[in-house]
Design a protein around this ligand. Structure first.
Ligand SMILES: O=C(O)c1ccc[n+]([C@@H]2O[C@H](COP(=O)([O-])O)[C@@H](O)[C@H]2O)c1
Ligand SMILES: Cc1cc2nc[nH]c2cc1C
Length: 359
């Protein structure tokens, strides 16, 4: 017999309804730890609020870590990799083989993220999901079977180490900006043109073609879902997990599972770019506050990212024109968090430093 996910960390995700239940019964933040952090913050030798968002980040970290003194000793970067059947529609300028070739490059240390992980003093692990087999082309079929979708979610869930102070999430998958755009359109409304971007370097006609491919997928699944459920609702009216299964991908499903695991284990999460954000968006659609334990590391140059972030109420920490993926933005934001924690834990109070308070 399966025990509840809230009691058994090795819970197994064996049905969509079990996953839905887990996504809607999420543990909350430690308000007492957050209050202790706010109280200490008020005593530190600086005008109140003068460290701006760094102060909020410290409370966020400590609240989810359940610690009055947040720490960043064990920072883990996870990159999930997957392949996409929709590439046969000509939506990426790169061949599908690049996914496995880049996985190899991550393993041998030659990618941007290897350097950024070193700079961030973070451990890096790459997880090829579903053996890098392609999803189905979602313009004509659901991207994944229910069993394979759940297995990918479980792969992500199981990849999260319990002993971890911060999880940085990223992905690698040729064609996955098309999946992310389709997912965003289905979850938040709008057409392909509202969400399609250049990805790894499409030109303007390429982006227009990508938008048409996304429209075809949305039309197919709207009809399919209405037929099976006997309802003529908009796609956005359907279950977010079913949308993720139909329009997402294996690495996106794993990102969702990892973000869920982090919530259960009390690990704060830094999300990377557009693909990563779209992958976890179903959690926000299923439960208010479902992404409260996450922060968006950066705003990607990918066209739909700013819009998606706004829909989710996520305010990016950085805006550097990145459009790489592979957790690059998340890794870049780690030193910012280290700075926030160093100030909070290391600064003197007014009393300790004999600095006069406000008049
Ligand atoms: O997440 C983003 O913001 C992002 C923006 C542009 C490109 N990517 C990366 O580029 C790959 C997908 O691009 P594409 O054009 O093949 O859909 C995939 O490996 C992503 O990690 C990722
Ligand atoms: C070379 C290359 C590296 C990447 N890293 C993440 N997505 C990528 C896509 C390409 C094409």
């Amino acid at each position: 017999m399966k025990t509840s996910i809230l009691h058994d960390p090795k819970w197994s995700i064996d049905s969509l309804s079990a996953l839905r239940a887990a996504c809607t019964a999420l543990p909350g933040v430690d308000a007492a730890a957050q209050q202790q952090i706010a109280d200490r913050e008020a005593e530190l030798t600086k005008p109140a609020g003068s460290l701006g968002r760094l102060e909020e980040l410290t409370r966020w970290l400590g609240g989810w870590q359940k610690r009055a003194q947040p720490q960043l000793e064990r920072v883990q970067i996870l990159i999930f990799a997957g392949n996409h059947g929709v590439v046969r529609q000509g939506v990426s300028p790169w061949p599908q083989d690049v996914t496995s070739q880049m996985v190899q490059n991550f393993e041998t240390g030659g990618a941007a993220i290897n350097q950024l992980a070193r700079v961030a003093d973070a451990r890096l692990r790459v997880v090829p999901v579903h053996d890098l087999a392609s999803t189905a082309d979602f313009t004509t079929a659901p991207a994944m079977t229910e069993a394979a979708f759940l297995e990918a979610v479980q792969t992500g869930y199981d990849a999260v180490p319990r002993a971890c102070d911060l999880l940085c999430l990223g992905e690698m998958g040729i064609g996955n900006t098309t999946a992310a755009s389709a997912l965003a359109a289905a979850l938040f409304g709008g057409a392909g043109a509202d969400w399609a971007g250049r990805g790894t370097g499409l030109d303007a006609p390429g982006v227009a073609h990508k938008a048409r491919v996304i429209d075809a997928a949305l039309a197919f699944h709207k009809a399919e879902m209405a037929a099976t459920q006997g309802a003529a609702e908009a796609v956005a009216g359907f279950d977010p997990l079913e949308i993720a299964r139909r329009l997402g991908g294996y690495e996106l499903a794993a990102l969702l599972g990892a973000t869920l695991a982090a919530r259960h284990y009390g690990i704060p999460v830094l999300l990377d770019g557009f693909v990563c954000t779209a992958a976890v968006a179903p959690l926000a659609r299923l439960a208010a506050g479902g992404l409260d334990h996450t922060r968006l590391s950066h705003c990607s140059a990918e066209a739909g990212h700013a819009r998606l972030a706004e829909k989710l109420g996520l305010v990016p920490l950085l805006d550097l024109g990145l459009r790489l993926g592979e957790a690059s933005g998340a890794a870049l934001a780690v030193p910012l968090l280290r700075a926030a924690v160093a100030c909070h834990n290391g600064m003197a109070t007014f009393a300790q430093a004999a600095v006069s308070g406000r008049t």
